[in-house]
Unconditional design. Structure first.
Length: 93
């Protein structure tokens, strides 16, 4: 399991400690792709309307994505180094 956490952290998939609603999966995906967390949450909710395994994906991602407090090194794990993205691109909330 540690190998998976390390690989996901290296790829930038880390569940942040702030901005979580349930487990931080949508916030982590949004952080990785530099999107607003609510855009990812809305997309996930829309995907729930399509038949499939979306309800299984969230808990699996929750278990596999490392928590920011337990990630190997969040600042060097984020692509390009430096601090991970925190908010919207234009800096407004």
């Amino acid at each position: 399991m540690k190998w998976i956490h390390t690989r996901l952290a290296t790829a930038g998939f880390i569940r942040p400690t702030q901005g979580r609603i349930i487990g931080g999966v949508c916030a982590g995906v949004a952080q990785r792709y530099q999107l607003h967390p609510w855009a990812v949450r809305l997309l996930f909710m829309l995907l729930l309307l399509i038949p499939g395994s979306q309800l299984i994906i969230y808990p699996i991602a929750w278990v596999l994505m490392p928590d920011a407090r337990l990630a190997p090194n969040p600042t060097t794990s984020h692509p390009g180094g430096g601090a991970p993205f925190v908010g919207p691109r234009d800096g407004t909330i």
